[in-house]
Design a protein around this ligand. Sequence first.
Ligand code: GRF
Length: 190
Amino acid sequence: MKNIAIFASGSGSNAENIANYFAHSEYAQVSLIVANNPQAFVLERAKRLNVEAITITKNEFMACDALIEELAKRDIDFIVLAGFLLLVPQKLIDAYPGRIVNIHPALLPKHGGKGMYGDRVHESVVAAGDTESGITIHLIDGDYDKGTTFFQATCPVLPTDTPHDVAEKVHALEYKHFPRVIEEIMHSLD
Ligand code: GRF
């Protein structure tokens, strides 16, 4: 059985969706949720899901030796960033080469980079007058929103759409595709 750790900073609806997807899998399970904010709602979800959760400070995350130990203790094979806002330190990338995946709620390379998260991404899409948006699932290589793209899916953006409307469409794509794509990426590493 492979063990997945999900890192999240906020609500964690993707974390919940991924945990539920793997709940009956014989291949992989979500064994740990890591939050960098003790108030993050993802911690409530973890309780409900009966998945172990830990919180870390930004400094602990950046230093990351203790975190790597925690991951090793639990035999974590693969890390999923789902709404996680901190830049992953190189040491963690070196500990999990090719094994850290992120989802960005737009079609990279557009609307990505430092500071581009949450509603800001969808506001940027609407302000640019884009006719489509979507999701990008990519490996982490140390820079915000860069790294090999594994998968993109698109949704239309109508001239009347608000950033909130775009967010809803993008979330629907995330829920539909992210767990399956995680499984695919993990299989490609077997
Ligand atoms: C998602 O849109 C994800 O793509 C982005 O942040 C959002 C997190 O939502 N990086 P949630 O915490 O999973 O509900």
